[in-house]
Design a protein around this ligand. Structure first.
Ligand SMILES: Nc1ncnc2c1ncn2[C@@H]1O[C@H](COP(=O)(O)OP(=O)(O)OP(=O)(O)O)[C@@H](O)[C@H]1O
Ligand SMILES: [Mg+2]
Length: 502
């Protein structure tokens, strides 16, 4: 009989010699298999052609069929042993995979990049619904030009549709003015040569249900707090006990005088009394003359508000009344120069926010957003941080959501050395933000950001690769990568790149 002729031609015998030992033939077979896979995959396109004409923001990261090409890990070449775990463990191992979204309630932000779903957010509606969501405050951090202000403005514009009111106590670039105008709100521009004046010592209207006497006490407390903050910011130190007394006495003197004449107290009058030792000592009934001497530094500190670079702005009757019905109010401080030293900006913001706070203190005024854009510029000033922290603490009681915009998480650390009061205040602000939105961070910032926010390795990696408008939203421990989508009209209004494009 002739030897049987093989009916199928195969190349294997060429690669796998018949008489070789087991190990050699196994290695040769493995080489052949990998060469075959390589040849098969070489013809596949690495990525599919993206459909043209779509808005790049709306385009899906991957086609509906999933990742194309060898990276899909399909095709049977990837074999892993079966591993069982609960979904709770799986979501810890890879936080984005099992995320179901925050529901449809709230302000539309854009697209959840991993879930391919709409992403909505509203701190007021999440409060009480989401475990660990203890306050409505938001921290927003990201490098320059990634769209932090744009997302803050979208939140503001879209929140107005829900009946919320928007307050921007400090707008160092003047970029919120156009937003306020479009929403039918109010902007107060302050700066040298401008007509706007705010008297931070204005007494707000007494809320119903508060007795006259209680309210007087409250107004006095706020005024003292403001004077203390201003003095501390200029002097860059805590006040001595005698200085506190001097402020106290000077304020009472000026208020008594103003009330007798039916006018409002002014900062200039307080500076004047502080600079008159005899008047101070006489008011306290202190014949030794010590109080007058102790108040010298204070008098010079407050003089800056009256005669220095902020002359006039905060030392006259207010030219505008707070309109509680307006949907938005912003204070434009872009004319304040601000080269190098931000102290003038901080003083102006302290006065402006004090003026605004007295109006914000009404718990019946509905839900409000207070937005601190470019807050990193004021983070070094402990007195302002103290004021911000008290606002943060009151947020739930007053129905206010605070949004603070900074560049890096390490901006929070510039408030002071470890263990200092400034650092504790800044870290407290972070703790009191149940929502943290992280836009792109520089590589050298990732370690600090991870430790401050408790980001996982996967999250840190994602943050380093975020593109414009895309951010990691950490809402009470849950994580989303969200692409903020702008309406064409919003894009036009929020454009801060116009000058770059000529
Ligand atoms: N989601 C987005 N889609 C498209 N364009 C965007 C988006 N977000 C922002 N932009 C555009 O990018 C530019 C920069 O945005 P924006 O001013 O908000 O950045 P920023 O992070 O606040 O920068 P800075 O740190 O300088 O304040 C703007 O012109 C804005 O219109
Ligand atoms: Mg900005």
């Amino acid at each position: 009989m002739p030897p049987s002729i093989p009916t199928r031609a195969t190349a294997s015998p060429l690669f796998v010699p018949a008489k070789s030992d087991r190990h050699t033939s196994r290695t040769a077979r493995a080489h052949l298999a990998s060469a075959r896979d390589q040849a098969r995959n070489a013809n596949r396109p690495e990525t599919r052609a993206t459909p043209s004409g779509l808005d790049p923001d709306l385009r899906a990261t991957y086609p509906a069929a999933g990742r194309p090409g060898p990276a899909s890990a399909r095709g049977g070449s990837l074999k892993l042993p079966a591993h069982r775990m609960t979904t709770a463990t799986a979501s810890g191992a890879y936080p984005f995979l099992a995320e179901g979204g925050l529901g449809a309630q709230g302000i539309y932000i854009g697209r959840d990049v991993h879930a391919e779903a709409a992403f909505c957010y509203d701190p007021f509606s999440l409060y009480g619904r989401l475990d660990g969501f203890t306050n409505p405050n938001i921290l927003l951090a990201g490098v320059i030009g990634m769209g932090k202000s744009a997302v803050a403005k979208s939140l503001a514009v879209r929140a107005v549709a829900f009946g919320y009111k928007i307050y921007v106590p400090c707008d160092p670039k003047g970029e919120w003015t156009v937003v306020a105008r479009e929403l039918g709100g109010q902007t107060i521009a302050l700066g040298p040569g401008l007509p706007g004046r705010l008297n931070p010592l204005d007494a707000p209207a007494r809320p119903s249900g508060t007795s006259e006497e209680d309210w007087r006490g409250e107004v006095r407390k706020r005024r003292l707090l403001l004077l203390g903050s201003l003095a501390k910011t200029v002097l860059r130190r805590e006040l001595h006990p005698m200085e506190h007394t001097a402020l106290d006495v000077a304020l009472d003197e000026v208020v008594a005088h103003a009330e007798a004449g039916g006018s409002t107290p002014l900062l200039g009058q307080i500076a004047h009394v502080l600079g008159s030792p005899d008047q101070l000592d006489a008011a306290l009934g202190e014949p030794s003359g010590r109080l007058g001497t102790a108040a010298e530094d204070l008098a010079h500190a407050l003089r800056r508000m009256v005669h220095g670079d902020l002359a006039g702005m905060f030392d006259a009757e207010s030219t505008v009344a707070f309109d509680p019905g307006a949907p938005m109010l912003s204070i434009d401080l872009s004319r304040l120069g601000g080269a190098g030293d931000d102290t003038a900006l901080v003083l102006a913001m302290t006065c402006a926010s004090a003026w605004m706070e007295s109006a914000l203190a009404d718990p019946d005024a509905g839900r409000r957003w207070v937005i601190y854009d470019e807050a990193w510029r004021v983070m070094r000033h402990v007195a302002l941080l103290e004021r911000m922290q008290s606002q943060w603490k009151l947020s739930r009681g007053l129905g206010i959501a605070n949004l603070m915009v900074i560049h890096r998480l390490s901006d929070l650390l510039t408030a002071g050395d470890a263990g200092s009061r400034g650092r504790a205040l800044a870290e407290g602000l972070l703790t009191d933000c149940s929502t943290r939105i992280i836009y792109r961070q520089e590589a050298d910032q990732l370690a600090a950001a991870s430790s401050l926010l408790g980001m996982t390795g996967v999250e840190a990696q994602a943050v380093s690769a975020l593109t414009k408008g895309r951010g990691l939203w950490k809402v009470a421990g849950r994580s989303f990568i969200t692409q903020h989508l702008l309406h064409p009209r919003e894009r036009e209004l929020f454009d801060t790149d116009a000058r770059m494009h000529g």
